[in-house]
Design a protein around this ligand. Sequence first.
Ligand code: GAL
Length: 659
Amino acid sequence: MPLTGMAFGGDYNPEQWDEETWKEDDELMRQARVNLVTVGVFSWALLEPEEGRYEFGWLDAQLERLHANGVRVDLATPTASPPPWFTLAHPEAMPVTADGTRLTHGSRDTYCLAAPAYRRAAVRIAGALAERYGDHPAVAMWHIHNEYATVCHCEQSAAAFRVWLRARHGSLDALNEAWGTAFWSQRYGSWEQIMPPRATQWHLNPGHTLDFRRFWSDEALAAYREQRDAVRRHIPAAVPVTTNLMLPGYQNLDLWAFGREVDFVGIDHYMDAPGVDGDADTAFGADRARSFGGGRPWLLIEQGTNTVYLPDRVLPKDPGRILRSSLAHIARGSDGALFFQWRQSRAGAELWHSAMVPHAGPDTRIFRETAATGAAVAALEEVAGSTVTAEAAVLHDADAWWALDTNGMPSSELDYPATLKRAHRALWDAGVTTDFAHPESDLSRYRLVLAPSLYLVSDAGAASLRRYVEGGGTLLVQYFSGVVDEHHRVRTGGYPGALREVLGIRGEEHRPLAAGDAVALSDGSAGTLWSEDLRTEGAEAVTSYAAGPLSGKPAVTRYGFGAGTGWYVSTRLADAAYRALVGRVLAESGVRPEVAGLPAGVEAVRRRAADGRSWLFVINNTERQVPVSVRGRDLLAARAVPPEGLTVPAGGVAVVREE
Ligand code: GAL
């Protein structure tokens, strides 16, 4: 079940403030059109000050207040930050890093998800909250935990890992075979000999590390389910339960699996670059969020009002950006926009993280832009529940990501998330709405599928890609794909292993390039990072290597297979050549931009309702105004689009209910 309507608001931590401030909050929330706040995410120590003793009085009062003010509550279980009494009573539930360091409290997220004491305590507080507030009229949704992501290498993790391994492999013989333990004398003679991949002398076994990552994702999902079920027992069927997923540059969760278990997908998204790269990153996050939930409406649960997180500093957002990036998420299927957090903290670890009400108070650009964004979201109420359709997809697979993220790869520049982002960016630049898809899913609804770096592909994934191309799809596969199976074992006989047939090629040698080196190609461009010694087996060479030992051999190939086409790119093309290639496959497969002829940096995305209505979102990330030919009602301006057409100002947004 979805959340109803468009949500606007953020994390609300009234426990950090006094009564005076709460009064101001009530008034400011009204001004900003806040209608949903996340409460209680980090309140465990206040809610359960001692094991088994609850203090709900303060939360009762807060929920009453919010309800009286017409603000709905996203009630969170506080389990991402156990109180100090918990640590002291259960030192064995504190996480251990790969090098054997046991962490202690003083930050947050410090627990071992596999520790029975932690799991029991988490389910207990979640159940107690749900029992108390299950019928509370303010509570519109439940928010389990916060950003599941931690892993642990302790003895309890080891025990849980072994149980997981038995279920996965059935027998020790099968595990030894899957992991290739004949290499380096790693054969396991009993389950107890298997450890988490802790600090060791040199490379770890790649099958072992891959399974450990799968195990942790499953463990986190089990922890989520347990809490969800404990909450579900006490709440009305129509109230949704979810968690806030983070989509960082690393991946500890199989987000497809989480997408199946939540009532709707919720994500946290913090912009990682200024300028248009940040806008492209917003679309990258939003398109993934929608896809993990199977296309259903989802919710942006956290973003920063004024934070652009770079590795070494936090930049402010340009004026106008709070609105623009909130609506960029809504354009791609979010039914609302929430922030972390309502009021900027004056103490604690995140006192410099931006908020809807900054330290300087409401008489500020940030609060004014926040309130204007609240008004804009309110004007989009009719859009809630509608969905986004894409004709192109990028494959996204946790196993492929984890497998490539292993020691001992032929090049340290192989970077799964970067290749995903690049593929998505090429489609974004072309104005094409893009889904992400799992290789084993039914791909037949897409005209074009990009497979950037599908290093690991399961037999089922390979069969699915074959069916897709055979049935008429266009598949563009990039270097170093298809080469290992689900256990991280090489598919012998030639690269790209499982995809040879569909691509009509056979590779005999990977030839990574030295850092900074390039290899000339027959179209005048050059490849970097990687090259492959390939021959065609039915495919046509579209571009060939033009220098060096591979001179004259195919670099980019195209093969008609069944009713479709399989393309292969064996090197990292330069940006312009890559964009040109993506442009060619888009044209060949008949995928068109949402609105033709828009300048680079202007996004157009459509949401469609089951009753045939549609809304065109135009997001102008450039410094010039842009005319768009569309007819209908301009929802933000609250008037019909004038006969001469729509003009979207520099850095502005328009949403038109189309005629
Ligand atoms: C999120 C997290 C919030 C807050 C925010 C700002 O990832 O869920 O609790 O920490 O980042 O850093």
